[in-house]
Every structure is written in C-alpha cells, then in structure tokens.
Design a binder for this molecule. Structure first.
Ligand code: NAD
Ligand code: DAU
Length: 351
C-alpha cells in the first residue's frame, strides 16, 4: 500500500526522528509534516530531509479544524501518525490549559476530521496515536505498567494525554475508526530539547552550570533511545492490530541521581576533565509538584506479538547521545539562544 501520511508534530524531538525514518525508508509513501512550530518545534531537526521529493512541511495548528480539513481535502491522507503535543510536565504545572488545547482539543479535532474523510472507505486507513506511560500514574518499588494497568494520571500533562487516549478509543468503539495507540517510556537521544533532564544536564555540564536534581533524585524513569522508539512505531504501524494498545519500553530503569552521575562520568572522560569535576555541579532543588515516583514498562505484548526489542544498551545510547551534542554545538546554541525560531522564516519564506 502506498500511504499518504499526515505526521503531526514532526518538527519536535520524537516526531523528527519518526519523520526521517519514514521519509528515508519508504520513498513510495508521501509524508506531510504538520507542525505549529511552538518553542519545541525546530525545523533544523529535519534539515537533512527537507528537500526529499516524498516530504512536505506545512506550518499549522492541529486545533484549527478548517485548516486541517483543507489539508485532508488536498492530500487525501490514508494514515495519521499523531505526535503533536505539549510534552513537558513542568510547563503543564504552570499552564494546564495549553495542554488541554493541544493534547485534548487538537486530538479530537484530528479524530473528527479523519472520521469524516474516511467514513465511506475505512479500508487501509489508520489513526496512530503516540502516547506516554505517564497515563498509568506512578509505581511503588515493584511492578510494571502493562496494557491492562488502569489509567491514573497525576499531572496536567499526563491527564491531558490520558484524555486524548480515551477519545481515540471512543472513536474506535463508537465510529469504527481504525486506531492504534502506543504508550512509551522516557525517550532520550539527539534533538532532545534541553528543558528535559538529560539534554538539560548535557548542556549545563558543557557550560559548567549547576545540574538541578528535583527532591532527592530518587525518582525512577525507564529510558529508551529515541531511535528504538520510532523503530517500534514503524513495526506497530505496519503490523499492529487496529483497536489495540502497545506499551513500548526497554526495561531500563534508572534513578535520576544515578543517571546524572553516569552522564557526568562519561562527559568528564569525553571532555578530558578530571574525574568527578562535573559531579560537583549537582545541586538538589525543590521537588516537582506531584512528582511521580517510578515508571516502568512491561513491553512483553509488543515483543511476543510483533517481535520488537530495543537495539541499544543504555550506556552505549547515552554515549552516542553525548557525542551527538558535542558534534552539534551549533544546533544547541541555536536552541538555547532562540535562533532556531528564525529558521522557518529564512528557509521557507525565501522560496
Ligand atoms: P516535543 O515537545 O519535542 O514536540 C512536540 C511537537 O508538537 C513540536 O514540534 C511542536 O511544535 C508540535 N506542536 C505542539 N502543539 C502543536 C499544535 N497545536 N499543532 C501542531 N503542532 C504542535 O515532544 P516529544 O517529546 O517529541 O513528544 C512527541 C509525542 O510523544 C507526544 O505526544 C508525547 O506525549 C509523546 N511521548 C513523548 C515521550 C518523551 O520521552 N519525550 C515519551 C512517550 C511519549
Ligand atoms: O515517561 C514518558 C514521559 O517522559 C513523556 O511522556 C514526557 O513527554 C517526557 O517529558 C518525559 O517526562 P518526565 O517528566 O519523566 O521527563 P523530564 O526529563 O522532565 O524529567 C525526568 C526526571 O528528571 C523526572 O523525575 C523529573 C526529573 N528532573 C527533571 C528536570 C527537567 C530533575 O530532577 N531536574 C530537572 O531539571
């Protein structure tokens, strides 16, 4: 099948890796990347594929129904890979409504339009919703999130994602819209915006600035290399069963303090600094409100049904990630100075 795919949020962290994978791996597909270019959207993430014949970028907002309608009319999409979201928990604590707008209203807008366009022929269509393990809430010392774990979101971010997941399932049950949802654990890797823990600390180590650890650093996250996440999405997109949910994770749990110590160790070696120099930058700061204690994914269903497993060991993935940031200081400087936001103007308005 030669898909015409709408990827939303393709200029963000995961979206850009997903867009690159699909554009390069499936030259027979047409890929349209719809992104609002919020502070998290950066077209410099996609410079290497921007002139590919099967790729088009469109600047726009998923909450704008008329605009999305026109796109469906123009391109006749056969599938949607929905990545666009407000994604940072700390921002959701200071501005929850922004998360309701994009994550809930934006998702329902897309669902509603896909339903209308596909209603006469659902064959070969798919609405793939990219979601998070945070919808399941917070774990104690034991246990894992499975696809059957009841939803128990605790932050405005995870509540908005949980709500969007519920709407996706509602469209499946009520209107037979072919949908798939995947819920993934914490990603890390190149092009990660330096407001999230790992890239923030890489940037601060480079600049010898303090490394702020919330609370005591005891909270646990289950880290997966972003390349492995998008490989899993590829497999699920092509082989997954409609109406199903797939958890994605790498069985790779780390306490925040341990991950930052590992990062400091690797960066001291790579930067030729004295062992322990970067660790001295660690400071403990006020905890995140409602800070979830532990996330851990059980990805057995994905492994058994579709044969996916992660390709990278964490230490190797972290080393690759650090190398990428050290080799892409221009990207990092543009992001931290805000210059990346001029890229759209210079790149797309000169044509
Ligand atoms: P991100 O913040 O890096 O990127 C989000 C992208 O969406 C940006 O390009 C932004 O410009 C765009 N966007 C935001 N609002 C929009 C709107 N109204 N209309 C159109 N575009 C809009 O996010 P990310 O970390 O790449 O996450 C992508 C998806 O994956 C999200 O749905 C997130 O919930 C989910 N997820 C993320 C992680 C993670 O660790 N980062 C893990 C699991 C799931
Ligand atoms: O689990 C998947 C989720 O992972 C995604 O759905 C989210 O979009 C993504 O942002 C991420 O959420 P987290 O809140 O887990 O990621 P973050 O990088 O913000 O924080 C990771 C851990 O580090 C968390 O326990 C909070 C802590 N932290 C974070 C920051 C930014 C700190 O200790 N200091 C910091 O400065």
């Amino acid at each position: 099948m030669n898909h015409i795919i709408l990827i939303t949020g393709g200029a963000g962290f995961i979206g850009s890796h997903l867009t690159r994978l699909f554009v390069n791996k499936y030259p027979q597909y047409k890929i349209v990347n719809l992104d609002k270019l919020t502070y998290a959207g950066n077209l410099e993430n996609l410079k290497d594929i921007e002139n590919q014949p099967n790729y088009t970028f469109v600047k726009g907002d998923i909450t704008n129904g008329d605009f999305v309608n026109d796109l469906f009319e123009g391109y006749k999409f056969t599938a949607v890979l929905h990545c666009a979201a407000e994604s940072h928990v700390d921002r959701s604590i200071s501005d929850p409504l922004a998360f309701v707008r994009t994550n809930v209203l934006g998702t329902v807008t897309l669902l509603q339009i896909a339903k209308e366009y596909w209603k006469d022929n659902l064959n070969g269509k798919l609405f793939y919703h990219i979601s998070t393990d945070e919808v399941y809430g917070s774990l104690g010392n034991n246990g894992f999130f499975t696809e059957e774990t009841p939803y128990d979101p605790r932050s405005p971010y995870s509540s908005s994602k949980a709500s969007s997941d519920h709407f996706v399932r509602a469209f499946y049950h009520t209107y037979n819209l072919p949908v798939i949802i995947s819920n993934c654990s914490n990603n890390y890797g190149p092009y990660h915006f330096p407001e999230k823990l790992i890239p923030l600390c890489i940037n601060n180590i480079l600049n010898k600035k303090p490394l702020p650890i919330y609370g005591k650093g005891e909270n646990v996250r289950d880290w997966l290399f972003v390349g492995d996440h998008v490989q899993a999405i590829d497999v699920i997109f092509h082989k997954g069963r409609t109406g199903e949910t797939y958890n994605i994770g790498g069985h790779n749990e780390w306490k925040n303090i341990d991950i930052i110590k590992e990062l400091c160790k690797q960066m001291d070696e790579k930067l030729g600094r004295e062992n322990g120099e970067s660790e001295r930058l660690i400071i403990f700061v006020k905890d995140r409100a409602g800070h979830d204690m532990r996330y851990a994914i059980d990805a057995t269903k994905l492994k058994n049904e579709l044969g996916w497993k992660p390709s990278l060991q964490f230490e190797e993935g972290l080393s690759k990630t650090i190398d990428w940031y050290l080799n892409n200081t221009e990207w990092l400087n543009h992001v931290t100075s805000g210059d990346y936001q001029n890229y759209y103007e210079t790149q797309y308005h000169k044509r």
